[in-house]
Design a protein around this ligand. Sequence first.
Ligand SMILES: Cc1cc2nc3c(=O)[nH]c(=O)nc-3n(C[C@H](O)[C@H](O)[C@H](O)COP(=O)(O)O)c2cc1C
Length: 251
Amino acid sequence: MSNVLSCLGLSTVGNVQTCSKLITPSAHLADGLFFVRIPPLIFASTKKAAMSSSSENLPLPAQINQLIRSRRSVFPDQFRKDISIPDDIIWQLLENANWAPNHKQTEPWRFVVFSGEGRKKFASFQASRYKESAGEKFRQDKYDKLLNNPLLSSHIVAIILKRSTTVNIPEMEEIAAVACAVENIYLSATAYGLGGYWSTGGITYDPAARTFLGLEGEDRLMGTFYLGMVRITSPGGKRGDIKEKTIWVKE
Ligand SMILES: Cc1cc2nc3c(=O)[nH]c(=O)nc-3n(C[C@H](O)[C@H](O)[C@H](O)COP(=O)(O)O)c2cc1C
């Protein structure tokens, strides 16, 4: 069994290790063969991470353009149910989330990750909360989806805004920082060939979720990110013309 994160050419820059040569683009797991794209990896140490701002070894602009524009939401019914994403890769996604821009260095993102049997806890909580609160609007298909989607997924990440109690900063700026962190997850998942999407359904606006996830004070649940190995890819995206959304003042 090979380790998907194994690599040659490990080098250290400050306290960050970079892996430049990759052994394999595939990984064998006990329950079958699957393929995860392994781009050059960056491992941050457990200490306060520091990255050089040098532009050496960065992906080319054309590669970043392609990554950003080919990112698509992939939903749980498009996931493979039989295999999980290795936790090491989930850590890479979260590490990239941790590098999001944020005003006054509050780093306001927090995550609760549900995997393995933990997915059942999340699934039964969100399905039972729906049942309790839906009243006459209850729909069996919606209940089933809330129960089944987490189990179709490999990992579910609750996205939490941890409001700073020490720094005076408008909430909007911390919400924006968390959204940047989530985009980093989206893009990293795309780079690894994984599927995922940001959901603001389920328990997102349910006050009971606060206790379930340990939220305090002005913290907010900003949704959940479902992740899985892709079984069915999403259709290409569509966007309106950026020129119609931009005013450019040149003189
Ligand atoms: C803040 C936010 C909340 C979202 N919530 C949901 C949701 O609750 N359900 C859903 O199906 N998709 C949700 N999405 C994903 C969008 O449906 C998806 O981004 C959109 O259809 C564009 O597709 P793309 O991500 O493939 O470009 C959300 C996206 C964002 C940014």
